[in-house]
Design a protein around this ligand. Sequence first.
Ligand code: HEM
Length: 87
Amino acid sequence: MCHGLPDQPSPDIADAMFPNAPQFMRLPQVIGSRPDSDFWKVKNGVRLTGMPSYQNLLSDDQIRQVVGLLADRRMLPPEVKDALASK
Ligand code: HEM
């Protein structure tokens, strides 16, 4: 609902918040290649932005998995892209 999906238009609210929610699936590899800071941001959120904290919603392992997905988003196997697209 915020960062978008592969081959999909940006979600409506992505540009409706300031700062905008980065469209990871479109961004060059830089974003998502800092697993430690991404882990921290997903776990704790980013203050004064729309980025929520997931520490009460996802386990550390689950956060590592989604951060891993961001890091590998340029080489997602078709079944993963299909799974994302069907959400
Ligand atoms: C598990 C789900 C999510 C993951 C893995 C995730 C991941 C991230 C990461 C890694 C960043 C930092 C990017 C950077 O360093 O520039 C970020 C930033 C951001 N996220 Fe999320 N996010 C999630 C859910 C959401 C949701 C639901 C929203 C909107 C309600 C959101 C809105 C934002 C915004 C606005 C920023 C930019 C913050 C800034 O400019 O500092 N994210 N997100």
